[in-house]
Design a protein around this ligand. Sequence first.
Ligand code: GTP
Ligand code: MG
Length: 317
Amino acid sequence: MKEKGITLRDIEGIGPATEAKLKEAGYLTVESLAFASAKEIEEATGLSYEKALEITENARKLLGIGFMTAEEFYKKRQDVGYISTGSKALDSLLGGGIETQAITELIGEFGTGKTQLCHQLAVNVQLPKDKGGLGANAIYIDTEGTFRPERIIQIAKHLNLDPNETLKRIYYTRAYNSDHQILIVEELLEKMPKFNARLLIVDSIVSHFRSEYPGRENLVVRQQRLNKHIHDMHRISNLYNAAVVVTNQIVASPDVFFGNPNKPVGGNIVAHGCTYRLMLRKGRENQRIIKIFDSPIHPESETVFTIYEGGIRDVEG
Ligand code: GTP
Ligand code: MG
């Protein structure tokens, strides 16, 4: 589906001036245009709606996006890989682990273990297949500055992995604002193969959006941008058979904007954009209860895991 080296200029109807406008608005790849709505392009670039529509349609044509048969789809599903979470109970709840070709959302209040799970997955994806990994690298986009290499070292040691080698296989970047975050993911659409990665982590997906677009009056723009961002992540997960894991903090305070207490921020866009949604809450001591809901193929059910020095594991007993 993806041709190497196609650029915006390969899209019919894009000359140098239009190309410049699109790039300035952050549309760097054919994919980013193919999956944007005409309205969004119109607003971001000042091009006419008709022109924007022509561009998205031609971008889609160029990428050959269209129907596949259910049989072809089924074949593609056979390639789905699973990354172990470190807890057998959780893996079995998920039907094998965190899936590739999907976005998994970890939702929970502060301290429920979202970031801990991300750390564990960044290590586990490196394991060979028979040990619950994909023998591949991880990309970690950190929006809150809570990634800790020291934690990776601890987790690696408990798995008898060389800590330095493990660190070398995690590509880390800090996203400083939502534009930056979107741009990083856009660039990954093209550059993913360079990293030999099968896992993309965004911890957290919404924190920048939440602080930069406060209030109802900003809701539309924020949701449009989030929508595009999530589309890009879906493209990555499908093009490169990769797992995408995003975190989403629950804001318990009712006075926070758009704030239904105890509802994940991001609203419908994030809810509908993610394939699997996992809700975490605190249990006794280091135990965490995790529930899968809204899943197209899993029954709604929950299980418990423990956070310990070596990362994530089953509750002993
Ligand atoms: P926010 O990012 O604030 O929304 O929270 P989060 O869901 O990402 O929480 P995080 O994953 O950072 O979990 C933090 C919790 O993990 C701490 O409260 C500890 O209970 C636990 N934790 C972290 N490191 C260790 C460790 O080395 N040993 C044990 N036993 N627990 C740990
Ligand atoms: Mg966190």
